[in-house]
Design a protein around this ligand. Structure first.
Ligand code: GLA
Length: 667
């Protein structure tokens, strides 16, 4: 990944948000910049949805308003993250190029009047995005306000899959490059099944609506192809900018919110990683979903600092129930992202829109104006971030990795799985939540990564596992690592093809066990497992008939179809240990499991007050402890140092209910 400096023109943590001046008259712009300064805003993202107002017809550009607002922002000391507006092509584009509209699986061509890109395979769209990206880069490469390029917006939503003729042709081209021959494609897709053998390339198409379940390998490849096409669109724009401008280039990811793009691959293509994150209001601990997103973003960024490109000051407008953030919650969210590696805190959006589909979405400057709780908290957060300058560039380190593999998730989400109760998201969250509550900081990783620096690797849902990745995990254990694998892992290879040795067979050596037969449970069935110390904890959804190949039994199913059979096993392999969990453990079961696993891995869980999240960022001798109090009680962090937010100096830092401390720890 390139190592471009993050924000060459900024010497502070970036603070601001999406700014859409085109929705407002000139007099409002002047009020905007005055209030931005009041709030401590130093970076805004401009132009993300402005295509129709910049290129008014094909090849006809009008930069007047953009020139004016960039100059005004610069004159007020506010830097710009300049968007390329390609997530929302203008009406003229679709009128001229109707074939570029996205076609859904059932053949519907999507219309205009919303937002969403054209087909990522459309030649007309590819040409148009390069034209506008190049025009913007040419015009603003030297503009002193522009410190960052924001290509597109959230690739993959609201549409990505396209079943147009152009897409089908591009898919065939992609398959030819991947497989070389039709014979190889037929073999990889297993087309001998259900008589799907292809004798001519032109018979291969996208997996559009069909009478029954479509070949899973075909669908998995289409997912890979779509991700590839989206990335090619990004690369085309990026290169058009790079040829003309020197500022770093990003595009905003949606870690832990959208699974359609392989962020490991995307992170290789950007100069700096950025992420959008919105709390899921129905989550009873949304701060844990936030932590997953932030840790995943940092992990795909290779540990480098990253940009929180969007989050919300209060409610969003697109969930079934859009809960307002409670006092202090916005600051906790923002500082939790910084704690996990963000060097920028930005929002959607600066000023609440009066019109359009997002007028009920919160903003830094709400409809209620400056005499409001949100505005007061926005200005307070600007001050807090101003006190954290020295934290920039420091890193988060973790002893534990949780495997997060998009291809495996895509494969697991295909149709006709053994039970609809299987959910990679649910299991990852459950294992991560246990680690979060134990104060253990986590990175995410791919099974093929070098894992040797981690004491513990957890695989909550590694359904698709290539043989070479399984060998990597086995070497990790042999080398002294502790590996925990949860059920429905190690089932298929690259093309959703069951491993020749059966379920879990690629990990048999590391785990000392494989799976003879699955025993999914009926809806609502409750079971339990009995641990080796005589205790019992509840379980549900899933059991298995295991075949032991050297592993010791740590827990057995106490009831259910697998009654009496091993449920949790441990296997000493080389210098390490492989644990296997064949049922869905509840929180008590996960606590019982992880107590034993921590012992094995030499991990000491942190003993903080309940509800206190503590994460460290370090840089050489410097160490910053971020302590975020999610509870309704006053608590304290015991560590010698100075709280950068309050100036409090001492060994014990009181943190009021809902408050945050950032302690520069005394070495
Ligand atoms: C996304 C988009 C923004 C806006 C917000 C609203 O993150 O990038 O343009 O629609 O959602 O939450």
């Amino acid at each position: 990944m390139p190592n471009a400096p993050l924000w060459p023109a900024l010497d502070a943590i970036a603070y601001g948000g999406d700014y859409n001046p085109e929705q407002w008259p000139r007099e409002t712009w002047r009020e905007d910049v005055r209030l931005m300064r009041e709030a401590g805003v130093n970076l805004v993202s401009v132009g993300i949805f402005s295509w129709a107002l910049i290129e008014t017809d094909e090849g006809v550009f009008d930069f007047t308003w953009l020139d004016e607002i960039l100059d005004l922002l610069h004159a007020n000391g506010i830097a710009v993250d300049l968007g390329t507006p390609t997530a929302s092509p203008p009406a003229w584009f679709f009128a001229r190029h109707p074939e570029a509209r996205v076609t859904t699986a059932d053949g519907t061509r999507l219309g205009f009047g919303s937002r969403g890109m054209a087909s990522p395979s459309s030649a007309a769209y590819r040409e148009a995005i390069v034209r506008i990206a190049a025009a913007l880069a040419r015009r603003y490469a030297e503009h002193p306000a522009v410190v960052l390029w924001h290509v597109h917006n959230e690739y993959g939503v609201p549409v990505a899959d396209d079943h147009s003729d152009e897409s089908a042709a591009a898919f065939r081209g992609w398959l030819r490059a991947r497989y070389g021959s039709l014979d190889a494609l037929n073999a990889a897709w297993g087309t001998a099944f259900w008589g799907q053998h292809y004798g001519a390339w032109e018979h291969v198409s996208t997996p559009a609506a069909a009478p029954s379940t479509i070949n899973p390998a075909h669908k998995l490849d289409f997912q890979r192809f779509t991700d590839h096409q989206l990335r090619a669109c990004f690369v085309a724009e990026r290169d058009a900018i790079r040829a003309r401008a020197a500022q770093p280039i990003t595009t905003n990811f949606m870690a832990n919110q959208h699974w359609g793009t392989d962020l490991w691959a995307w992170a290789e293509e950007v100069d700096v990683v950025s992420d959008d994150h919105y709390l899921w209001a129905a989550d009873d601990a949304p701060e844990i979903g936030l932590a997953i997103a932030a840790d995943l973003t940092r992990s795909v960024a290779g540990g480098r600092p990253w940009i929180l490109m969007e989050h919300s000051t209060s409610a969003v407008n697109w969930q079934p129930r859009n809960l307002a953030k409670r006092p202090g919650e916005m600051a906790r969210n923002s500082l939790a992202h910084v704690a996990r590696g963000a060097d920028a805190v930005l929002f959607f959006q600066w000023r609440a829109s009066r019109r359009g589909a997002e007028k009920f979405h919160s903003a830094m400057l709400p409809h209620a104006g400056t005499d409001s709780r949100v505005w007061r908290e926005v200005t307070a957060l600007g001050r807090d971030l101003g006190a954290l300058d020295e934290v920039r560039g420091s890193r988060v380190t973790a002893d534990v990795a949780v495997l997060w593999d998009f291809e495996s998730f895509w494969a697991q989400d295909l149709e006709w799985r053994p039970t609809e109760d299987l959910s990679h998201r649910e299991r990852i969250r459950a294992y991560y939540e246990r680690l979060w509550r134990d104060g253990v900081t986590v990175d995410f990783a791919l099974p093929g990564h070098d894992l040797s620096r981690y004491r513990l690797v957890v695989a909550p849902a590694q359904y698709l596992l290539r043989a070479d990745d399984a060998a990597n995990l086995t070497r990790y254990v042999a080398g002294g690592g502790t590996l925990v694998v949860s059920y429905f892992s190690g089932i298929v290879g690259e093309n959703d093809d069951v491993h020749p040795g059966g379920y879990l067979s690629p990990l048999r050596e590391a785990l000392g066990v494989d799976v003879e037969e699955w025993l999914p449970l009926a809806e609502g069935a409750r079971t339990a497992i009995a641990w080796d110390d005589g205790s019992e904890t509840p379980s549900d959804h899933w059991q298995e008939q295991l075949r032991l190949a050297g592993a010791e039994v740590v827990a057995r199913n106490a009831s259910g179809p697998g009654e009496g059979l091993p449920a949790v096993t441990r296997h000493a392999h080389g210098d390490g240990a492989g644990w296997y969990v064949s049922t869905r453990l509840d929180t008590a079961g996960l606590a019982a499991l992880m107590r034993r696993v921590y012992d094995d891995a030499g991990i000491t869980p942190a003993r903080h007050d309940e509800g206190l999240e503590v994460v460290r960022r370090t840089d050489g001798d410097r160490s910053y402890a971020f302590a975020i109090n999610h509870s309704a009680r006053d608590v304290a962090l015991e560590t010698p140092g100075t709280d950068l937010l309050t100036g409090h100096d001492g060994d014990r830092h009181p943190i009021p209910a809902g408050g945050v401390a950032v302690v520069r720890e005394t070495p």
